[in-house]
Design a binder for this molecule. Structure first.
Ligand SMILES: NC(=O)c1ccc[n+]([C@@H]2O[C@H](COP(=O)([O-])OP(=O)(O)OC[C@H]3O[C@@H](n4cnc5c(N)ncnc54)[C@H](OP(=O)(O)O)[C@@H]3O)[C@@H](O)[C@H]2O)c1
Length: 245
């Protein structure tokens, strides 16, 4: 069987893909940089002795997505797993005064993912099998002043995935929503985060692999974020709006 991973340059994507490669799956690395996906495909095929290749996709180039998916499926008719990792944190402050930044955040985290998911959904629905896993975020569970542009895009994504899961269930297609907390990747580099709450990409990648194989619906990774977010979402709005978060 095969895994298509979109956003191949992410350390989380590579960590999850490593488990699939170890289990003997073919890996298709999709990314927007010409050389990076190729590099990972070569590295993985040597390291894990499994079939790997690179494909090029830009999350924001919507008109190209149909051909991209058609090409992938033509070359890999047994495609079973897709992991979508595209994401852009951006700068909240800049997004408040510059709509180009706001739009890039919304489009990379939401619109681009939806565009790809709808194409995959139609295909998997017709063959009545498949697994679509998408990285959302705990930031989508409640808006905060420090990152509500990113958080709202992820929140929209979480709701979209819930609807997609509901639509595809009867066709035997699984949709997994992945909600990581803080992860030590270039996205969080230099941020003053509480160390005990920061997970490694390897830990998150392993949780993603296990959840995809077990066809789970929603996971928090690491697991304790489920309880942290339960507390955060329980704070009444009249109190929450006064907090500096
Ligand atoms: N790190 C965290 O604490 C954390 C927490 C919760 C959720 N997440 C989510 O986890 C996912 C992975 O993030 P990460 O932490 O590994 O950060 P990252 O290293 O910045 O990874 C983001 C990935 O998205 C790709 N990407 C961005 N814009 C794209 C576009 N227009 N077209 C194609 N690919 C694009 C990047 O490719 P390039 O390298 O080419 O830019 C990169 O592969 C994201 O969805 C992020 O929102 C991260």
């Amino acid at each position: 069987m095969s895994l298509l991973v979109l956003g191949a340059n992410s350390l989380i994507a590579q960590a999850a893909a490593a488990h699939f490669a170890e289990a003997g799956h073919e890996i298709i690395f999709g990314g927007r940089k010409q050389d990076e996906p190729e590099k990972y495909a070569n590295d993985f095929s040597i390291r894990y002795k499994t079939k790997c290749r690179a494909e090029y996709i830009d999350a924001l180039d919507y008109p190209s997505h149909k051909k991209f998916i058609e090409d992938v499926l033509a070359k890999t008719p047994d495609l079973e797993y897709v992991l979508i990792v595209f994401g852009y944190l951006g700068t909240q402050e800049k997004a408040q005064s510059d709509f180009t930044e706001a739009r890039r955040i919304i489009d990379t985290n939401f619109t681009g993912v939806v565009s790809v998911c709808e194409l995959l959904a139609a295909e998997f629905e017709s063959v009545k099998k498949g697994n679509i896993a998408v990285i959302s975020s705990v930031a989508g569970d409640r808006g905060r002043q420090s990152n509500y542009m990113y958080g709202s895009a992820k929140g929209g994504l979480t709701v979209y995935l819930s609807g997609l899961r509901n639509r595809l269930f009867k066709s035997g297609v699984n949709v997994l929503t992945i909600k990581p907390g803080f992860v030590n990747t270039p996205m969080t580099y230099g941020m003053p985060l509480p160390k005990p709450l920061v997970a490694s990409p390897e830990k998150v990648g392993k949780d993603i692999y296990k959840a995809m194989i077990k066809r789970k619906s929603v996971i928090y990774t690491p697991f304790f974020w489920r309880w942290i977010m339960l507390i955060i979402t329980s704070v009444p709005e009249f109190m929450f709006k006064k907090l500096k978060l």
